[in-house]
Design a binder for this molecule. Structure first.
Ligand SMILES: [Cu+2]
Length: 217
């Protein structure tokens, strides 16, 4: 049953098929939250049945239920989730590493344009983001019109594309391949069509692509 339900979680836009460090951290947090919520659900069901089973032993006082179940327990769970989410968020944030690959992603109804400020000729390519594998890259995301959201689920989390503002997300692809991305903020009629791909190249292929950009200039 669970296997059947989880079979729907695969595919090219699945956060549960991570292909990079940031996406792996997000997927791990998701599994921890799923396991935790199953345990809590069973605990709550168990606690509600306990008085029936152990009637003669008495039930906890209302005060104990309120303080234990209403304050202490959710407090501990929410604090643990907050710490875990902050740690994962840190892995998605830019780290100011020297020499990190920088890419600009500009959203516009209804397409993505990627620019490479560090490459000769500063190429500008619509719909395809070229990156090398095994090396972190920072995507500087902005918008020319309304708010969009940059999201390549197998590589990492979402980040808003806001007009007049630049948000940065740090991603990495661990294996060569094509990773699909999608605008994740409703932005008008063709929002659902506003997709892109991240093409992760082996170091040699990336060097060749880079050289071709310089030559095209
Ligand atoms: Cu959009």
């Amino acid at each position: 049953m669970v296997t059947l339900a989880l079979a729907g979680c695969g595919g090219p836009l699945s956060t549960l098929a991570p292909a990079g460090e940031a996406a792996q951290a997000i997927a791990t947090l998701w599994w921890v939250m799923l396991a935790g919520s199953v345990v809590i659900f069973l605990g709550v069901v168990g606690a509600s049945l306990l008085p029936l089973v152990l009637r003669r032993w008495g039930v906890p006082s209302a005060r104990a239920m309120l303080i234990g179940g209403g304050l202490v327990f959710p407090g501990v769970v929410l604090l643990a989730l907050l710490v875990a989410a902050l740690l994962v968020g840190d892995r998605l944030s830019p780290r100011g590493e020297p020499g990190v690959l920088r890419v600009e992603a500009q959203a516009q109804q209804w397409a993505w344009t990627f620019r490479y400020p560090d490459l000769p000729g500063q190429p500008s390519i619509e719909g395809v983001l070229h990156v090398p594998v095994g090396r972190p890259f920072e995507v500087q995301v902005t918008s020319r019109d309304v708010i969009h959201s940059f999201w390549a689920p197998r590589l990492g989390g979402k980040i808003d594309a806001i007009p007049g503002h630049t948000n940065v997300i740090r991603l990495q692809a661990d294996a060569p391949g094509i990773y699909r991305g999608q605008c994740a903020e409703f932005c008008g009629n063709a929002h659902a069509m506003m997709d892109f791909v991240v093409e992760a190249h082996s170091p040699a292929d990336y060097a060749a692509w880079q050289a071709a950009q310089g030559a095209a200039e």
